[in-house]
Ligand binder design. Structure first.
Ligand code: HEM
Length: 403
């Protein structure tokens, strides 16, 4: 783990809404008693990859079959679609085994989560897009993997593919036959397995990666990313005082539990409660956050992409909002320029905007329309990708970034 001081870890954790005491000098000590498997073991998730999938992708890549698979996958979109034809038999067998929800999935909770996502949509677009998306660039392994994989060279389409995942997850019919999420998850899981075989062949990636990361995207890495998404969003919604019933909170977690399962994370690592998720996040996410040259570059590219649409605010405002969401330590790491005037507006105006939207204050703040246009602009950015001709399907890579 990075050598972050305890004080710094606490500061960053608090800024991200991940309160608690993390000790970066400690090894993984999260007991699976807090997992949905409810066993009591301590297994290091950084030593667990995807045995059910990785050998298959080695075969498909080595035998040059991925381009044909990607073509066949174009017509495989809805959860209820017939399995794609013309693909290798071993892949058909894999899809038959994985194209379904886990036995413990609860359709009532998933339906509740879908309604919750709909009600929260404006906040979710903002938090996933400007919060989690930028946080991924200060997760060193993720930043290096994303930068040096094939898609790192074409971040616009890569970001669009990631939007596809978020859009499919948050759709009202995400887990139903008309929804896409199970299929999208399977394509993502296959993509990750391909990356595990491809990235270690990249001299650029090997030159920058840390010693333990000899095979990328372990279960531990995926858990970290989950915390930068689900746990972070949940923490922010709570800290902003957004109304959430206990059943909604549980349903939102359940949706992520199923999502993690579909990405190949073992049940004994998947947190059973938000309390367990926060505890795991303290071990797994907060102490690892750090700056890398790759992350600084990726953040600049990502923020540049959102600046291309008119969010009704200045570039300085947008960067300050990212700082507001992630804390100034993260903002400094990413060298986000300061705009103190915008920051002052955000510090006062955003809580007032949320309070008015949530009905806890009857006073319309003078900056209401500024924030409303901003939040709607971010949502449109997301929705345009999900519904228009620019919808970008997830494809399995066959190589790495050239340099
Ligand atoms: C690809 C989602 C965790 C690295 C993808 C794709 C999605 C996705 C949707 C396909 C679209 C694309 O190519 O960008 C997720 C989710 C995660 C997760 C939801 C966890 C909850 C991780 C982690 C890493 C990682 C932990 C690395 C440490 C990559 C890389 C690609 C990829 C390198 C391939 C990009 C390329 O084609 O070059 N991921 N991911 N992902 N992911 Fe993940």
């Amino acid at each position: 783990m990075q050598n972050l001081s305890r004080r710094r870890v606490l500061t960053i954790g608090a800024a991200l809404g991940l309160v608690g005491v993390a000790d970066p000098s400690k090894a993984w000590a999260w007991s699976s008693s807090g997992s949905i498997a409810a066993t009591d073991t301590v297994t290091d998730p950084w030593g667990v990859w995807d045995d059910a999938t990785d050998p298959l992708l080695v075969d498909l890549l080595e035998s040059g079959q991925i381009p044909g698979v990607n073509t066949a996958f174009e017509k495989w979109v809805n959860n209820g679609d017939a399995l794609p034809s013309g693909i290798p038999a071993a892949l058909t067998t894999w899809i038959q085994a994985h194209n379904k929800l886990p036995s413990w999935a609860d359709q009532t909770k998933l339906d509740r989560a879908a309604q919750f996502n709909k009600r929260m949509s404006m906040y979710l677009f903002l938090l996933y897009g400007l919060g989690s998306g930028i946080m991924s660039t200060v997760i060193p392994r993720e930043a290096r993997n994303v930068y040096w994989s094939e898609g790192g060279a074409v971040m616009k389409s890569r970001a669009a593919k990631t939007f596809t995942y978020g859009y499919d997850l948050s759709a009202v019919d995400a887990f139903k036959p008309t929804g896409h999420f199970v299929v999208t998850s399977n394509k993502t899981r296959l993509t990750h397995a391909a990356v595990r075989h491809l990235l270690p062949q990249s001299p650029h990636w090997r030159a920058v990666t840390d010693d333990q990361d000899f095979i990328p995207i372990s279960n531990g890495d995926i858990l970290i990313t989950f915390h930068s998404l689900g746990t972070f969003v949940y923490g922010k919604l709570k800290s902003w005082g957004i109304r959430m019933s206990a059943a909604e909170e549980e349903a939102y977690l359940h949706m992520w539990q199923v999502a993690l399962h579909l990405l190949g994370v073992r049940d004994d690592f998947i947190p059973a409660t938000w309390a367990a998720a926060k505890a795991q996040s303290q071990y797994a996410l907060t102490p690892l956050l750090a700056s890398t040259p790759e992350g600084i570059d990726l953040a600049d590219v990502l923020l540049g992409l959102t600046s291309q649409v008119d969010l009704g605010v200045t570039r300085g405002f947008q960067r300050e909002f990212a700082r507001y969401l992630l804390g100034d330590q993260v903002g400094d790491w990413l060298r986000l320029p300061r705009d103190f005037a915008s920051r002052a507006v955000i510090e006062v105006g955003w809580p007032a905007y949320v309070a008015f939207r949530e009905g806890t204050s009857g006073i319309i703040p003078t900056t209401y329309s500024l924030f409303d246009q901003f939040i709607r602009g971010v949502a449109m950015l997301f929705l345009n990708n999900g519904t228009s001709a620019t919808y970008t399907p997830i494809t399995i890579p066959t190589g790495n970034r050239a340099g």
